[in-house]
Design a protein around this ligand. Structure first.
Ligand SMILES: [Zn+2]
Ligand SMILES: [Zn+2]
Length: 201
């Protein structure tokens, strides 16, 4: 009876090659659709597909709200998303929220990820041009959300930040950095990503 008493219950049944997209609150359908299409098409080269999970109500994250900052602490989202991922045996969970997120020591974050928890969260709050007093621009808003989603998923799959300003794994200190970078991994990061995902059990 090989494999019965390995103590690796968590790895059985094995993870599916699924990226679970979890909307939190009323995220715009055109944003969810665009992220789904882009990520699904990109990650299909690694045998992954994206699936849509049920919408999580924003009320579930009331405990993460900091009234002094009027923002939500990002890490609280990761633990909730992890539970969903565990249940579904998903290799990765990507949450998208319109709420404004922060982490200690940072004024705000566009997103956050944890490779060990296999989860990522992206906030669109500061991705819409209107936030910066600019005219609404749906295409730009979509592009920014795709970039931040690809960035956080890169972290879930073990990629660190990249010094190449055009690489999607470059750290965005402000929206200017997000607009400078492409939505894709540079050759160095892509090679590393392939290695990380190729070594999957
Ligand atoms: Zn990052
Ligand atoms: Zn790179």
């Amino acid at each position: 009876m090989w494999g019965v008493n390995t103590g690796l219950k968590e790895d059985f049944p094995p993870l599916t090659r699924t990226i679970l997209l979890t909307p939190i609150g009323a995220v715009e359908e055109y944003i969810l659709g665009a992220v789904t299409r882009f990520v699904d098409s990109y990650y299909s080269r690694f045998g992954f597909s994206i699936e849509r999970a049920d919408v999580l109500p924003e009320e579930e994250f009331l405990g993460a709200y900091n009234p002094l900052r009027r923002q939500y602490i990002g890490r609280a989202f990761l633990s909730v998303l992890r539970d969903i991922g565990k249940k579904e045996r998903a290799r990765a969970v990507l949450g998208i929220t319109r709420l404004d997120l922060y982490e200690e020591g940072l004024n705000f974050i566009f997103g956050l990820a944890h490779a060990g928890l296999r989860t990522a969260i992206v906030s669109t709050f500061r991705l819409r041009p209107e936030f910066y007093g600019e005219a609404p621009d749906k295409e730009l808003y979509i592009e920014r959300t795709i970039k931040e989603s690809m960035h956080e998923l890169g972290h879930v799959f073990g990629l660190p930040h990249c010094p190449n300003k055009r690489c999607v794994m470059h750290f965005s200190n402000s929206i200017i950095d997000t607009d400078i970078k492409d939505a894709l991994y540079c050759p160095t990061c892509l090679k590393r990503l392939g290695k990380n995902l190729g070594e999957e059990p």
